[in-house]
Design a protein around this ligand. Structure first.
Ligand SMILES: [Cu+2]
Length: 70
């Protein structure tokens, strides 16, 4: 079973931002899909097991952006 959680990211402006976030999120165990848009700030993370929300937020922070659960 997969679960998708959505977040709102601030600070993204282009495709490089999307890639930076995608790279960090993909390192979280259990992540199977990532949908991120600099245009809308929307980040959707699909996982095949329960994933700590704080791990996602920390990964976004690591990439240099800020996110909140939406
Ligand atoms: Cu950018």
């Amino acid at each position: 079973m997969t679960t998708t959680t959505e977040y709102q990211v601030t600070g993204m402006s282009c495709g490089h931002c999307e890639t930076a976030i995608r790279t960090e999120i993909s390192e979280i165990p259990g992540v199977t899909d990532i949908d991120v848009s600099a245009a809308t700030g929307r980040l959707a993370v699909t996982t095949d097991k329960p994933v700590d929300e704080t791990a996602v937020l920390a990964a976004v922070d690591e990439a240099g952006y800020a996110a909140v659960r939406s």
